[in-house]
Design a protein around this ligand. Structure first.
Ligand code: NAD
Length: 224
């Protein structure tokens, strides 16, 4: 599946050499967009001014990403996890001048799960709830940003269990139970390309959006 569009984006990747950076380059290239900036731990190269930067790297890169947005007047899509409240505040400051799309998960299904939990977890307020997440064994942060996002959507400060196994791109389950019933809601990413496809959808949105701070839910709802 690709998202083709009339508009050819000039885009930059922060974290180009990483697992997600490589997926993003593949998906954006297949859809006909032009890579004009690349940054990672080895340094930054820019061949032409980008319309949008896509950052899937490390919280340590964020200050540099924000200054690149200022330098090139680029919109921003941020998928990097383990961001602090200060990092989110810095993104909100940038969003007063540019479109910024931030999400700890760019898979459509996870964002629908977030909406389900926001609406229905309050009906199970007297049930036990735990979130379980499984990721590949190279993942640096735990719990995952997605587990935090789902916990916040549910409005419950519930326990979260993290498994780090093999090459799993990302599984999340919200478990609920009382004495008589068990309800488990699961999302599984079958490939990292789902996150890259979501990032492309967000980049096309950001390139045409007014300045402001957007989530991937806003991007999904904008298409309805
Ligand atoms: P990775 O370790 O494979 O790659 C990290 C990349 O970031 C590398 O290119 C590295 O050189 C670069 N980098 C690290 N520190 C940097 C710095 N200080 N300055 C510039 N570049 C720097 O990691 P990955 O698996 O590709 O994941 C990257 C990020 O994306 C993680 O935070 C991960 O949790 C997140 N992620 C988000 C989603 C989502 O949908 N939001 C999905 C998957 C992964």
């Amino acid at each position: 599946m690709t998202y083709m569009s009339e508009k050819t984006l000039k885009y930059g990747i922060i974290g180009r050499s990483g697992r997600m950076g490589q997926e993003i380059e593949n998906v954006f290239t297949q859809a006909g967009h032009e890579l004009t900036l690349a940054a990672d731990l080895a340094g930054t190269e820019c061949w032409s001014s980008p319309d949008v930067l896509v950052d899937f790297s490390s919280h340590a890169a964020l200050a540099g990403t924000l200054s690149l947005c200022g330098e090139y007047g680029a919109a921003l899509v941020v998928g990097t996890t383990a961001l602090s409240a200060e990092h989110i505040a810095a993104l909100r400051t940038l969003s007063k001048e540019r479109a910024v799309v931030q999400s700890f998960n760019f898979a459509t299904g996870v964002n629908v799960l977030k909406m389900i939990l926001r609406d229905y977890a309050p009906l199970l307020a007297d049930w036990d709830m735990e979130i379980e997440e499984t990721h590949h064994n190279k993942k640096k942060d735990a719990p995952s940003g997605t587990a935090i996002l789902l916990r916040e959507a549910s409005g419950r400060d519930c326990p979260t269990r993290s498994l780090r196994l093999g090459g799993v791109p990302g599984d999340h389950t919200a478990h609920f139970a009382n004495d008589g019933e068990v309800l488990s809601l699961t999302h599984r990413a079958l490939s990292r390309s789902v996150f890259a496809l979501g990032a492309l959808r967000a980049a096309l949105f950001a390139a045409g959006a007014e300045k402001g701070f957007y989530t991937f839910e806003d991007v999904l709802r904008s298409a309805r």
